[in-house]
Design a protein around this ligand. Structure first.
Ligand code: XLS
Ligand code: NI
Ligand code: NI
Length: 441
């Protein structure tokens, strides 16, 4: 059955196109920096926001009008799979991502839930045979059901901990079955509301044990996906344990997991943590830990995870700058962990939103590649740190100094030359590149 009958395959028509169902900048075959845009950007559709989400918010019920609304239970789950693969094909995306509960309803017992998952997994596997769209990553939802009220792998209840482990075990098996490139752990409710009732040390140790057991089980079943932690500082708990890349990295090192995991970085989580998107990407990159990206954006006036589709070209450019410098995303991709606004309830809006996001990252890729080709920022940075290329600077970098030697150097200094950081000039260079890209230069 077809669900989006009035929409044809979305094609690239160029920046002059007035067709709302066409890409203006995303041209999958165009070569940028030696790779096609499709290979570089590795876009993914998030099943939960696009096929499961009803667009409710804390003040109102769902508004989404979806062509699969008439179904319930397992029929609904199956209709969503059919609609999803039609959507992937029409949008021409290489990847998708899901949580267990997005694809199949929970049953009245763990066993029944697993049976539902098996049935839908088999259906998805079948659809994947005739589709180019592959699984970027899967994960499990260990946060929605009331049993996870106090967390999952950081719960105070050992039974809940075991239940959470059983769900991840199943998630790893499904990932293997569908050939997932990655497996994601987002904290969900792994955090706390108040320290007044929390044993943080025990919770963190339990989390560390949990991740180690997940690594062991993936090895046991021969599931070779890249494991990713997705940091988020708050929401739903007031303090999430994997706050940002830096705290996640400390956690991984403490529990001996730093070689087993990389990070899945979400733009809106970065800003919630008081960072920029590019800060989180950069921090992960320079530590060799940039794995994948949840491509979205927050609202500048709202302090929660609004998960908007990415349209800020400044942000996509700086993000792609990091991704190119990383040599691409490897097995990761750009997953649109983004939902249409509550007012954008029509099925067509799902297409408009993805087209907007894909075009925005295509522009970002083009501008960032040009900035790098011209070494527009690289030269500025290189020059700025040139004092470390010779003399005492070179000795410091080569590890040939100690405090005696440095004091000796400092004592003979008469004047210390300083250079301007030229922030405004650099920002205007960035604008120049963005505007040149709009002009098609
Ligand atoms: C929630 C997270 C979630 C993860 C997957 O804020 O972004 O959607 O990406 O569990
Ligand atoms: Ni996410
Ligand atoms: Ni999020």
């Amino acid at each position: 059955m077809a669900y989006f009958t009035n929409i044809d395959k979305i094609k690239y028509e160029g920046s002059d196109s007035t067709n709302p169902f066409a890409f203006k900048f995303y041209n999958p075959e165009e070569i940028i920096g030696g790779k096609t845009m499709e290979e570089y950007l590795r876009f993914g559709v998030a099943y939960w926001h696009t096929f499961t989400e009803d667009l409710s918010d804390p003040f109102g019920v769902g508004t989404a009008v979806r062509p699969w609304d008439q179904y319930n239970g397992m029929d609904l789950a199956k209709a969503r799979v059919e609609a999803a693969f039609e959507f992937f094909e029409k949008l021409n995306v290489p990847y998708f991502c899901f949580h267990d509960v997005d694809i199949a309803p929970e049953g009245s017992s763990l066993k029944e839930s697993n049976e539902n998952l098996d049935e839908i997994t088999a259906m998805i596997k079948d659809y994947m045979k005739d589709s180019k769209t592959k699984l970027l990553w899967n994960t499990v939802n260990n946060f929605t059901h009331p049993r996870f009220v106090h967390g999952a792998a950081s719960s105070n209840s050992a039974d809940v901990y075991a239940y959470a482990a059983a769900k991840v075990k199943k998630g790893l098996e499904i990932g293997k079955e569908l050939g997932a490139e990655n497996y994601v752990f987002w904290g969900g409710r792994e955090g706390y509301e108040t320290l007044l009732n929390t044993d943080m040390g025990l919770e963190l140790d339990n989390l560390g044990r949990f991740f180690n057991m997940a690594v062991d089980y993936a090895k046991e079943i021969g599931f070779d996906a890249q494991f990713l932690i997705e940091p988020k500082p708050k929401e739903p708990t007031s303090h999430q344990y994997d706050f940002d890349v830096a705290s996640g990295y400390a956690f991984l090192q403490k529990y001996g997991l730093q070689n087993q995991f990389k990070f899945n970085i979400e733009a809106n989580h970065a800003t919630l943590a008081g960072h920029t998107f590019e800060h989180e990407l950069h921090y992960a990159r320079v530590n060799g830990l940039l794995g994948s990206v949840d491509a979205n954006q927050g609202h500048p006036l709202l302090g929660w995870d609004t998960d908007e589709f990415p349209t800020d070209l400044y942000a996509t450019t700086l993000a792609m700058y990091e991704i190119i410098k990383n040599g691409g995303l490897g097995r990761g991709g750009l997953n649109f962990d983004a939902k249409v606004r509550r007012g954008s309830f029509a099925p067509e809006d799902l297409f408009h939103a993805h087209i907007a996001g894909m075009d925005s990252f295509a522009v970002g890729l083009k501008v960032a590649q040009k900035l790098l080709d011209d070494r527009a920022l690289e030269n500025i940075i290189e020059e700025r740190y040139s004092s470390f290329n010779e003399g005492i600077g070179k000795d410091i970098v080569d590890g040939r100094t100690d405090f005696h030697k440095l004091e000796e150097h400092a004592l003979q200094l008469k004047e210390i030359p300083q250079q301007s950081g030229q922030l405004e000039r650099i920002k205007s260079v960035l604008n120049q590149y963005l505007l040149k890209a709009y002009a098609g230069e």
